[in-house]
Ligand binder design. Structure first.
Ligand code: DC
Length: 225
């Protein structure tokens, strides 16, 4: 999708822990584009739900929270109703509840609306999530599906924050299953997406190959061509 200012949308989808954020941030910075982590938005709504003492599976109440909540996602964090929730959205409580909030169709339509607004306000950007190339920006200039084996993803996570590789691998497989089997906007390889398996690759290699993908269509002053 090219915006009126020559902006470009790069859609990045894939399962948890495959390296989407690292690759997405690096690509955005190399291209001078903004970067939006839509998972942080689903986590932000979940934080707001838990903070209000609501049941994440209560469809109606959770939908009301999503419609009213103030979310501000920055490069290095998030505020939810004016409260810095950057640490809490990555914690156990939010991580355990986010899949059911993300399965709520009213939450999804509200967040998709906000994601499109974010991109329209900037004339483009690198947007990362699960349904970006399939639902949110099906006309993106480049769609990537970034993946890695559950084992490799578990090993990377344990190297970052510790834990037992087998336990982390089982929880990764379970979250993939929930994200891929939900009725509304499941995690899928979007049509036209380039699949990048990062198992055994360095981030630099992946970023370089992604930037090469953009080169053939590059015009003199616009990466969208
Ligand atoms: O990428 P993440 O682990 O921070 O995502 C948190 C949850 O939100 C995860 O269960 C998948 C879900 N999600 C989604 O359903 N759609 C998106 N566009 C982004 C994330």
């Amino acid at each position: 999708m090219s915006g009126p200012t020559g902006g470009v949308v790069i859609a990045i989808d894939g399962p948890a822990g495959a390296g989407k954020s690292t690759v997405g941030r690096a690509v955005a910075s190399r291209l001078g584009l903004g970067y939006l982590d839509t998972g942080a938005m689903y986590r932000g709504v979940t934080f707001g739900v838990l903070r209000r003492g609501l049941d994440p599976g209560d469809i109606e109440s959770v939908a009301r929270v999503a419609a009213a909540i103030e979310l501000s996602v920055q490069d290095d964090g998030i505020t939810v109703d004016g409260v810095d929730a950057s640490i809490e959205i990555r914690g156990r409580a939010v991580t355990a509840a986010v899949s059911s909030v993300a399965a709520n169709s009213s939450v999804r339509s509200e967040l998709v609306r906000r994601q499109r607004e974010w991109v329209a306000a900037r004339g483009g950007g690198v947007v990362e999530g699960r349904d970006i190339g399939s639902v949110v920006f099906p006309d993106a200039a480049l769609k990537l599906y970034i993946t890695a084996s559950p084992r490799v993803r578990a090993e990377r996570r344990v190297a970052e924050i510790g834990g037992d590789v087998d336990d982390v691998e089982s929880s990764i497989i379970e979250r993939d299953r929930k994200d891929s089997s939900r009725a509304d906007s499941p995690l899928v390889e979007a049509s036209g997406a380039v699949v990048v398996d990062t198992s055994g690759l360095s981030i630099t290699d992946v970023v370089d190959s992604v930037l090469r993908l953009l080169t053939p269509s590059r015009g003199s002053d616009d990466v969208a061509g």
